[in-house]
Design a protein around this ligand. Structure first.
Ligand SMILES: NC(=O)c1ccc[n+]([C@@H]2O[C@H](COP(=O)([O-])OP(=O)(O)OC[C@H]3O[C@@H](n4cnc5c(N)ncnc54)[C@H](O)[C@@H]3O)[C@@H](O)[C@H]2O)c1
Length: 140
């Protein structure tokens, strides 16, 4: 920037002001822009900001494992997340940490699933994403 300001003044006396200005615009500005873009991207500031902004999600089995990781990522992307799980302590503490809600929900009981959906609707007025993740690994 200093060069951009000083050079034209110096060269003005010799009748050549435009060339340095053009060099600065085409050379320094894109580099500055790229620097800030990379910086923000590295800090995860603008990569994660808007993808799920204000979406409302229910994640079954969201207290731990893949469900918990998904719930965190959704929240980082701006979503409001309801964690529906049978693990009350884990689910509640995760929900608190991501500004979400927890509901005790055993997905094998239909009324529990209804209550999870109802919580999302009561809380934010709608449900955009239903991630049916709850399950038990192992041989079938
Ligand atoms: N981890 C793997 O390699 C793998 C591979 C293939 C499929 N999956 C499937 O992905 C899903 C998540 O796997 P994970 O590794 O995170 O498992 P995990 O055991 O770490 O987590 C499962 C979560 O689901 C909850 N849950 C279990 N039964 C439930 C029920 N009836 N109602 C509500 N919540 C219940 C548990 O409390 C837990 O929080 C599961 O459905 C699993 O079968 C996992």
């Amino acid at each position: 920037m200093v060069i951009a300001m000083v050079m034209p003044t110096l060269l003005q006396q010799k009748g050549c002001i435009y060339l340095p200005c053009i060099i600065c615009i085409f050379f320094f500005l894109p580099k500055t822009f790229k620097f800030f873009k990379d910086f923000l991207s590295e800090k995860n500031v603008y990569v994660h900001v808007t993808r799920l902004m204000n979406k409302v999600a229910v994640v079954t089995g969201g207290a731990r494992g893949i469900g918990a990781a998904t719930a965190k990522l959704m929240a980082e992307n701006g979503a409001h997340v309801v964690i529906a799980d049978i693990l009350d302590d884990l689910g509640t503490s995760l929900a608190n940490s991501i500004n979400g809600r927890f509901v005790h929900c055993d997905v094998s009981i239909e009324s529990d699933v209804e209550a999870a959906v109802q919580l999302a609707i009561t809380w934010k007025g709608r449900l955009d994403i239903m991630y049916n993740n709850a399950g038990i690994g192992g041989k079938l």
